[in-house]
Design a protein around this ligand. Structure first.
Ligand SMILES: *[C@@H]1O[C@H](CO)[C@@H](O)[C@H](O)[C@H]1NC(C)=O
Ligand SMILES: *[C@@H]1O[C@H](CO)[C@@H](O)[C@H](O)[C@H]1NC(C)=O
Ligand SMILES: *[C@@H]1O[C@H](CO)[C@@H](O)[C@H](O)[C@H]1NC(C)=O
Ligand SMILES: *[C@@H]1O[C@H](CO)[C@@H](O)[C@H](O)[C@H]1NC(C)=O
Ligand SMILES: *[C@@H]1O[C@H](CO)[C@@H](O)[C@H](O)[C@H]1NC(C)=O
Length: 769
């Protein structure tokens, strides 16, 4: 054991070790939660949708796969964020380059993939269109993501062990989730009319009578020495938009909850193993989800109760068309319950597949990276000399309408380009002037905006694509939201090349990870594009966007099959000027309540007794959460008193950790009181199985007054009962000290910091990320 451990330690620097296991795998998880107050959330494009606390912390989950034979490696990181933006990825790359002194990890062999939650802080893109709702960049959002992702890789790297890796798949339906409602168990086609425009033979071939991809692909990682499971990654397509834009606590939404619940099942509940610390890491990665909604009951008019799941998605109110009234619903009674149901079903399906998966994934790793300018890409459409071209990025009028998962409230615009407001469009055109050539190239899109007229960096043109092979599984990271059919076509095309080229067998798998390796809107098929629902209106490079991207990925697959290592092309240069457009209000000062102190309790907990399912709440005078993000730590914590002798009060005892911000059962919410005071509420819903006893809630924050200082607050003691445990004594008999201060490390990991910038990243942007 010791010997193999020592060998393992060496392998990271000296490529010498050998082991009988077919793989060396490392898993790591790190907190990447950004600013938890007064920062716009990314996804719904709604500048009123701002953070006001944390429901569940956001995590980066990293997996490193090393081939012991060749010592080659690839890494995959799934992140609870809207999308892996170019700014985030380049920041991570720079950080890893410094920490690992240029070795091991770069964009070439590392995929950074977003989960696509719409409940994380915005401002982590350098393209102006994606900074619009947040009125610019938010450094804290970007830094939290870059740091958390790099830390997850760092932890995974130092956790590499001999492992067996298996792969499998299954449908997320009643075969993996007992009694799940069919056919929409955990995902639903939100643009069925658009999907129906694809050729019938093709629809049948891929999906039979169905209109959505219900398949989940999964990797299972098991420690080869102990036989213990180490981790799991699965890919399944569904928007993590169960929560809507009224919900203002930070959350990983349904996929975040699924990861949390799976990890808890494997690691134990929070009072046994603090959430977000491993050792088992479960990532619910995004699959092909462009047109896939979590709102399983379909779209209904909130005013009339009529169905609006049709090609128009509009409701009528006083003779006016209102797309903002047509909303996706279900399956829960409210959005919160829906999120939990969607997460649970994905978790249950993953567990079923995980349990039965025994097929080794095979051996060997490989990777190909390619950057391409999508604004002028030629592709031979039918392979017979019919050359078609992509266009300058433009957004159609149906983009402005939004979707039933999140209408924009701009009722002037609708799906399929109608209704469309002539005046607004005229106004938009004055700003961005699409040319006759744009209109011809983008036809039939009714162009609303040509973003790059304003400045070349409003919308991306150069995009990164990645293919990574882990044995018989190939992950294609795509910088956009492929729709169901677009994804099916592309996966088939990639797989054909890889199978023909002998890279994988017919039984191998190609998965497509949306919103990875960058972000550039949606990608519909040519047929869907003709009908210009939201997804088509947001397919920005014209009707051949999908053909172009597929062509790029097919060429990359050919390179992989030929063993070629081509120059990937120049990555986008993110200029300092575009990134430094930051516009959020600074926190100037925090004030305690008049006549009081930071940490004073305003409304204390109810002393109880409380039973599982009850919610305990405490409100305190705190400070602005943006003064310190408290990553890998917590604003709120729950503690249980552990007596030294249950029948002797005077024997004392100690507080043991029970739950924190990361837990589903806790909520930390913030609101401003008056001009500069903050009220924070920490709540805890008593979970099943928690030991009975005496509990308390604790707050920890940072206040700005002169400098920034740590502040604390302790709520009262309350009683939790459960069926087994009897309370040995009453609270007034107890003399209980406040709980310990929990660790809030400024620099959680001790890492080397050589002052080197990768040569290919030097330039105008240096130092700005
Ligand atoms: C799943 O649902 C289908 C359609 O309702 C039904 O025919 C089938 O028997 C169900 N299977 C299981 C395992 O429940
Ligand atoms: C998976 O297997 C574990 C251990 O054998 C078991 O506890 C669990 O219930 C199984 N889960 C499913 C969904 O089959
Ligand atoms: C190429 O093939 C397509 C589809 O078969 C056909 O419509 C088109 O006319 C062909 N073009 C040429 C130049 O042969
Ligand atoms: C706990 O306290 C009781 C009552 O004072 C005493 O009888 C017992 O020995 C104590 N147990 C231990 C393990 O000290
Ligand atoms: C978070 O804190 C734990 C315990 O203090 C530590 O083991 C872990 O390495 C930290 N994670 C990061 C990413 O710093």
């Amino acid at each position: 054991m010791l010997k193999s451990f020592l060998l393992l330690s060496c392998i990271l620097t000296v490529a010498e070790a050998s082991t009988d296991a077919p793989w060396l795998v490392g898993t790591g998880i790190a907190d990447c939660t950004g600013p938890a107050a007064e920062v716009v959330m990314m996804g719904y494009g709604d500048s009123e949708h701002k953070t006001a606390g944390i429901h569940m912390r956001l995590y980066a989950r990293a997996f490193i796969f090393v081939d012991p034979a060749s010592h080659d490696r690839v890494a995959f990181v799934n992140v609870d964020t809207w999308a892996a933006t170019e700014a985030v990825i380049q920041g991570v790359e720079r950080k890893l380059h410094a920490w690992f002194q240029g070795q091991h990890y770069s964009r070439e062999n590392l995929i950074v993939a977003g989960s696509h939650t719409h409940h994380g802080p915005a401002g982590a893109s350098s393209y102006m269109l994606f900074q619009f709702s947040s009125a610019g960049r938010v450094h804290q959002s970007l830094d939290a993501l870059v740091d958390g992702i790099a830390e997850a890789v760092w932890l995974a790297h130092h956790n590499i062990k001999p492992a067996n890796v298996f792969f499998g798949n299954g449908m997320v339906d009643n075969s993996t989730v007992p009694n799940c409602p069919m056919p929409n168990c955990a995902n639903r086609q939100r643009s069925p009319s658009s999907f129906m425009h694809n050729p019938e033979v093709e629809r049948r071939k891929f999906f039979g009578e169905d209109n959505a991809d219900r398949n989940m692909d999964l990797l299972k990682i098991v420690n080869a020495e102990t036989g213990k499971p180490m981790g799991m990654v699965n890919w399944f397509g569904v928007h993590p938009t169960s929560l809507n834009s009224d919900y203002n606590l930070i959350s990983g939404d349904n996929k975040g909850y699924a990861s949390y619940a799976f990890e808890q099942d494997m690691n134990g509940p929070s009072w046994v193993q603090r959430a977000g610390r491993g050792p088992f890491v479960a990532a619910f990665a995004q699959g092909v989800s462009g047109d896939i909604s979590p709102n399983l009951l379909g779209a209904w008019c909130t005013n009339s109760g009529e169905k609006c799941d049709n090609q128009w998605s509009v409701c009528w109110s006083n003779g006016q068309h209102k797309n903002s009234l047509c909303l996706g619903q279900g399956p829960g009674r409210d959005k919160y319950e829906s999120m939990k149901i969607l997460g649970s079903r994905q978790k249950t399906a993953a567990k079923t597949i995980f349990n039965r998966t025994t097929t080794p994934v095979g051996t060997g790793v490989d990777h190909v990276l390619r950057f391409a300018d999508l604004s002028k890409y030629w592709v031979d459409r039918d392979g017979n000399g019919t050359w078609v071209q992509t266009c300058e990025p433009c957004l159609g009028t149906s983009f402005a309408a939004g979707t039933t998962d999140g209408p924009t409230g701009m009722d002037e615009f609708g799906q399929n380009m109608t209704p469309s407001n002539g005046f607004m469009q005229f106004f938009a055109h004055m700003l961005t002037l699409p040319s006759a050539e744009d209109k011809r190239c983008q036809a039939p899109k009714n162009i609303l905006l040509r973003p790059n007229t304003v400045r070349e960096t409003v919308f991306p043109k150069v995009l990164g694509f990645q293919l990574v092979r882990i044995g018989q599984m190939v992950v294609a990271a795509v910088p956009g939201e492929f729709t169901t059919m677009a994804g099916a076509r592309t996966k088939e095309a990639i797989k054909k090349i890889l199978v023909d080229g002998g890279v994988i067998e017919e039984t191998g798998t190609v998965v497509l990870n949306n919103v990875a390796s960058g972000y550039a809107g949606y990608v519909t098929t040519y047929e869907e594009y003709q009908h210009q629902r939201y997804e088509g209106g947001f397919t920005t490079y014209g009707p051949y966007t999908h053909e172009a991207m597929t062509n790029i990925l097919v060429q990359m697959a050919e390179d992989m099959a030929d063993g070629k290592k081509n120059y990937p092309g120049a990555r986008p240069q993110l200029t300092r000027k575009d990134q430094d457009w930051e516009n959020i209000d600074r926190v100037l000062v925090d004030d305690p309540p008049i006549g009081g102190q930071f940490g004073d309790v305003k409304e204390d907990v109810h002393p109880g007794p409380h039973w599982p399912g009850d919610t305990v709440r405490c409100t305190l005078w705190g400070a602005h959460p943006r003064n310190h993000l408290q990553r890998n730590s917590s604003f709120g914590t729950v503690w249980r008193w552990q007596p030294n002798n249950a029948s002797d009060v005077s024997a004392g005892g100690s507080w043991v950790f029970t739950a924190d911000d990361s837990d589903f059962d806790t909520m930390f919410s913030w609101r401003r009181e008056g001009i500069s005071a903050s009220l924070v509420t920490i709540s805890w819903t008593v979970p099943d199985g928690v030991p009975g006893g005496w509990y308390t809630i604790h707050y920890s924050g940072h206040a700005r007054k002169g400098g920034v200082t740590r502040i604390h607050g302790a709520c009262g003691v309350f009683e939790v009962q459960n069926a087994e445990a009897m309370m040995p004594f009453k609270p007034d008999e107890l003399v209980i000290p406040p709980p310990p201060e929990i660790d809030t490390p400024d620099m959680p990991l001790d890492r080397p910091r050589p002052p080197r910038t990768p040569p290919h990243l030097r330039g105008a942007e240096q130092g700005s990320i």
